[in-house]
Ligand binder design. Structure first.
Ligand code: AMP
Length: 214
């Protein structure tokens, strides 16, 4: 009761209502490339009324517009490597800062390294926010290679059409990105969901897990 009153006083002086800011839902949709994050994110953003932020999509948008950032990112993406942290983190923060009036964020493809986790947590703290949870889609490597090669027939993505680049992306995921799961596990925020099955089945599994976090 006293805390709520103090928060209320703070909100008057700082101009921000910290109590309602805390109520945002900020989810990390995690998993290797081709695990179905993008497909499921489209359903989840509707169901939970979240802003879907895919750093891969943001980079592809920049590439399409031939911006300086896009040209820089492309060098790495075409080889299946990660774009440097400072570029990626800055872009993510700009996107969040440009969209403050939302119920929460659904992060897809970010964070992908431990420095990105640390930057995200610090950024959330600066906004009186937290990461609500991380949900990882589990799919084995061979299934991923087959899915990405198939996607490459229609996606038009250069990084989907070359098996060597696909295998590089999986190796980068296993080496640099999988520790992100353990990082949030230490905060009791990491959860796994079986990523094999129909779109509806996987959506239902994800929803059950996410509902348990809210
Ligand atoms: P995605 O669409 O998530 O598969 O990402 C495609 C490519 O964009 C990745 O292989 C990376 O080169 C780059 N990328 C996307 N998100 C990140 C990130 N968080 N950190 C570094 N590079 C990223």
């Amino acid at each position: 009761m006293i805390n709520r009153f103090i928060n209320y006083l703070k909100s008057i002086f700082t101009g921000s209502d910290k109590t309602s800011l805390k109520a945002m839902t900020n989810l990390i949709l995690f998993g290797p490339p081709g695990s179905g994050k993008g497909t499921q994110a489209k359903h989840l953003m509707e169901k939970y009324n979240l802003l879907h932020i895919s750093t891969g999509d943001l980079f592809r948008y920049e590439i399409g517009n031939k911006t300086e950032l896009g040209l820089k990112a492309r060098e790495y993406m075409d080889q299946g490597k990660l774009v440097p942290d400072e570029v990626t983190i800055g872009m993510l923060e700009n996107k969040i800062n440009a969209n403050p009036e939302v119920a929460g964020y659904l992060l897809d493809g970010f964070p992908r390294t431990i420095p990105q986790c640390e930057a995200l947590d610090a950024f959330m703290v600066s906004k009186d926010q937290t990461v609500s949870g991380l949900v990882a889609l589990e799919v084995n490597d061979e299934e991923i290679v087959q899915r990405l090669l198939k996607r490459g027939e229609t996606s038009g993505r250069p990084d989907d059409s070359n098996e060597e680049v696909i295998r590089k992306r999986i190796a980068v995921y296993n080496e640099e990105t999988s520790p992100v799961y353990d990082y949030y596990k230490k905060q009791n925020k990491s959860h796994t969901v079986d990523g094999i099955g129909s779109e509806d089945e996987i959506f239902n599994r994800l929803s059950t897990t996410i509902d348990s976090l809210l």
